[in-house]
Design a protein. Structure first.
Length: 235
């Protein structure tokens, strides 16, 4: 990412509603308008069942809205095919979840190579060099040959962050990324997110129940019953 992404909308929900069809339809989110620009880390908070994860999946193109549209880097995704959505996710979006979901039979380095090989943007030497650079930037290069079961919880989550950055996404979407970590590792992970936003110009969205960490974000968006009830800048 470069400074040119700072202040530019990188992911946006425009009047987004998601309704699950059923005998009694369930509204997950209702009429959401949210824009996240390059260079900012946005915390999404709210009680359980408020629609936080549902909103994240919509922004990440893992689900489609019933009404409204999601834009990624200014591109309306409403009419894209499933294959085009998958390609856009691979190119422009990175995901980090509460559980690292690293493939257990592969080393840390090989876990990073998997999304790069899927995108096939670089040759093998360049992919390995990028993977090592990412691990090095997160203090993990000495662990590149370790499997996930040989890593601590904090180390595994940092490898998951490196994997999410493998294809240089404009947007990083994270769902309770510190939920399995102690306070020291939680703070370290959030430090990484802030650096990725402020120094590298990415848009970072963090769904979290941890209000202390949410207070460190540039903005805090609060959801209740699938609706944004507050959106405020902090700091």
């Amino acid at each position: 990412m470069t400074a040119t992404t700072h202040g530019r909308p990188l992911v946006a929900a425009r009047g987004v509603t998601r309704i699950l069809p059923a005998a009694v339809p369930v509204t997950l989110v209702h009429d959401i308008d949210l824009e996240v620009t390059g260079g900012e880390a946005v915390a999404v908070t709210g009680p359980s069942g408020s629609g936080k994860s549902s909103l994240l999946y919509l922004l990440g193109l893992l689900d489609r809205p019933t009404r409204g549209r999601v834009e990624v880097d200014g591109r309306d995704t409403a009419s894209l095919s499933s294959d085009d959505l998958a390609r856009l996710r691979l190119e422009r979006l990175g995901f980090v979840f509460q559980f690292h979901f690293l493939l257990p039979e592969f080393s840390a380095l090989d876990n990073l190579l998997i999304p790069m090989r899927r995108l096939a943007r670089l040759d093998e030497d360049a992919m390995r060099a990028r993977a090592e650079d990412l691990l090095d930037s997160l203090g993990l290069l000495s662990l590149k040959d370790k499997r996930p079961d040989q890593l601590s919880g904090g180390e595994a989550q940092r490898v998951a962050i490196a994997r999410a950055l493998a294809n240089d996404p404009a947007v990083l979407l994270t769902d309770e990324p510190t939920g399995n970590l102690d306070s020291r590792n939680s703070a370290a992970v959030f430090d990484i997110f802030q650096r990725l936003a402020r120094d590298e110009g990415r848009a970072v969205v963090v769904v979290t129940h941890d209000l202390a960490l949410a207070a460190r974000a540039d903005r805090r968006v609060e959801l209740v019953d699938g609706t944004i009830v507050s959106d405020s800048r902090q700091g």
